[in-house]
Design a protein around this ligand. Structure first.
Ligand code: FES
Length: 59
């Protein structure tokens, strides 16, 4: 599923980016381009970041 329609970035790509060390929406944008256009996906990216942080905290 696409997280960012403008840049055609999928949720998987965002997860890969986080796995590679991205910790902020800005880092995800710099790596994948997601959020670099209309920015309406930034909230979704933040939610994915938050979820992965929670997983790390729990683990
Ligand atoms: S949907 Fe991501 S920049 Fe527009």
């Amino acid at each position: 599923m696409y997280v960012c329609i403008c840049r055609a970035v999928t949720e998987n790509e965002v997860h890969e980016c986080i796995a590679a060390g991205a910790t902020s929406a800005k880092q995800v944008r710099d790596t994948t381009g997601a959020g670099g256009d209309c920015a309406s996906c930034v909230r979704k990216i933040c939610a994915i970041l938050k979820k992965s942080e929670d997983l790390v905290t729990v683990a």
